[in-house]
Design a binder for this molecule. Sequence first.
Ligand code: FES
Length: 111
Amino acid sequence: MTFQLACTTSELDPEEALQVILPDGTGANVPVAVVRDSDGTWHAIGDTCSHQNYSLAEGDVEDGTIECWKHGAPFDLSTGRPLSLPATQPVPVYSIEINGGDVLVDVDATL
Ligand code: FES
């Protein structure tokens, strides 16, 4: 389990998301959407929509979900599950910690 610096807390306001690329334990680059929910809660999920590989970080964040900008599938930020079509498969949810002003994500630890 290795937490890596993804961004700082000052980079995202509530209802915003940011794409970061972090290496996993095998050295592969993992696209991650770091998301700050409406209530300020932080989440880290796989950034690639399970429908057609578009970046979820460009979608709308609201009340526990992020909506894919391309075709509108909303994903639950806590479980990674799509809540409606056209996506049918979940995206990974990663461990995230806030340490001072740092946002740390472990891409080897899915929840
Ligand atoms: S690419 Fe995300 S819903 Fe189609």
